[in-house]
Design a protein around this ligand. Structure first.
Ligand SMILES: NC(=O)c1ccc[n+]([C@@H]2O[C@H](COP(=O)([O-])OP(=O)(O)OC[C@H]3O[C@@H](n4cnc5c(N)ncnc54)[C@H](OP(=O)(O)O)[C@@H]3O)[C@@H](O)[C@H]2O)c1
Length: 292
């Protein structure tokens, strides 16, 4: 299970290291960040405090970061520079999992960008390499390099699950042995455009039945539907951190999984970061039904 940090600290000061440190003390060992989130240095700071206090070692942790996302589709990336910056901010000499944040990474072609990541792995600067927000076609474009991603991290919740592009991406990943990482899993609880949708009632019933919270039902659904995750979520309180960890003990029946799937299919709004609008660039990814 991943956790991740909010961009800004509780006081809006841009330092969320206290939150990361709390997550470490609660038991999280896998952190998901990105160059574009602006919080790698906070993770580095919290890890330094945690290790220097003797609670554990760098090797006990799995650090995932990403390069190659911009809100401006014309912005050019400097892959090697971003890698060095991530290592520096995190205060480590290797990264466990580096993801290409998005399939559009000018000035590189997809293959050029992926080949750079293969070199990083050979150099030992990153242990594993993966991708994020990749549709099936993007994944297939990497095939000729002979190295496939370890993970494809995508928006994955009951309202995105039945989107044909998501289904195709998931099927392709499963066929090729690529793990599905899930983000925005709690969308039906936390995102205005999804709140009050058909999933709510089903999740409420299942939570009562399982004697757990609605968030835990959604996290368990994503874990089971992806075949084990990793599930990327974030929280600002210890209560939510603990709920996230405890969701690993929740196991939904096939019937309950199916009820959630079917409720998700009933909504007209299925997704936010739609995989099938990628050709138009990152701004379009934030469109819902054609509107920003
Ligand atoms: N690869 C990508 O392109 C990509 C894109 C988007 C996101 N992500 C990653 O995924 C992470 C999570 O994304 P997200 O924020 O969109 O999704 P999310 O996991 O669906 O929602 C997180 C929100 O859920 C709330 N929450 C956490 N635990 C809860 C609980 N037990 N009960 C009720 N509410 C709970 C938190 O509220 P509080 O803040 O109030 O605690 C938090 O704001 C991001 O931080 C990022 O690392 C990756």
């Amino acid at each position: 299970m991943h956790t991740t940090a909010n961009r800004d600290g509780p006081n809006g000061d841009g330092d969320c290291s206290a939150s990361i440190y709390r997550a470490l003390r609660t038991g999280f060992r896998h952190f998901d960040t990105a160059a574009s989130y602006g919080n790698e240095a906070s993770i580095g700071k919290a890890v330094k405090q945690w290790t220097s206090e003797g609670h554990g070692n760098r090797e006990d942790l799995t650090l995932t970061t990403k390069w190659g996302f911009s809100h401006d589709p014309k912005e050019e990336h400097d892959a090697d520079g971003l890698l060095q910056q991530s290592l520096l901010h995190l205060g480590v000499d290797y990264i466990d999992l580096m993801l290409m944040h998005h399939p559009h990474v000018p000035p590189y072609t997809l293959q050029e960008a992926w080949k750079k990541m293969i070199v990083w792995q050979k150099q030992g600067k990153v242990r594993s390499i993966g991708v994020s927000n990749f549709a099936a076609d993007h994944i297939m474009q990497l095939a000729h390099t002979g190295t496939m991603p370890a993970v494809n991290e995508i928006e994955f919740h009951p309202y995105s699950f039945s989107d044909p592009q998501v289904l195709k991406a998931v099927a392709t990943c499963q066929e090729l042995g690529i793990a599905i990482g899930a983000y925005t899993t709690l969308a039906s609880l936390t995102r205005k455009e999804f709140q009050g949708g058909p999933v709510d009632e089903v999740v409420r019933h299942i939570a009562e039945d399982q004697k757990c919270t609605k968030a835990q039902v959604l996290l368990a659904w994503a874990r089971q539907r992806t075949g084990g995750g990793p599930i990327v979520t974030t929280a600002s309180t210890e209560k939510y951190f603990q709920e996230t960890l405890d969701s690993l003990k929740v196991n939904l029946s096939d019937e309950q999984l199916g009820e959630i799937d079917r409720a998700g299919m009933q909504s007209a709004i299925r997704r936010r970061y739609a995989l099938n609008v990628f050709p138009n660039g990152p701004v379009a990814d934030r469109m819902v039904d054609g509107k920003l």
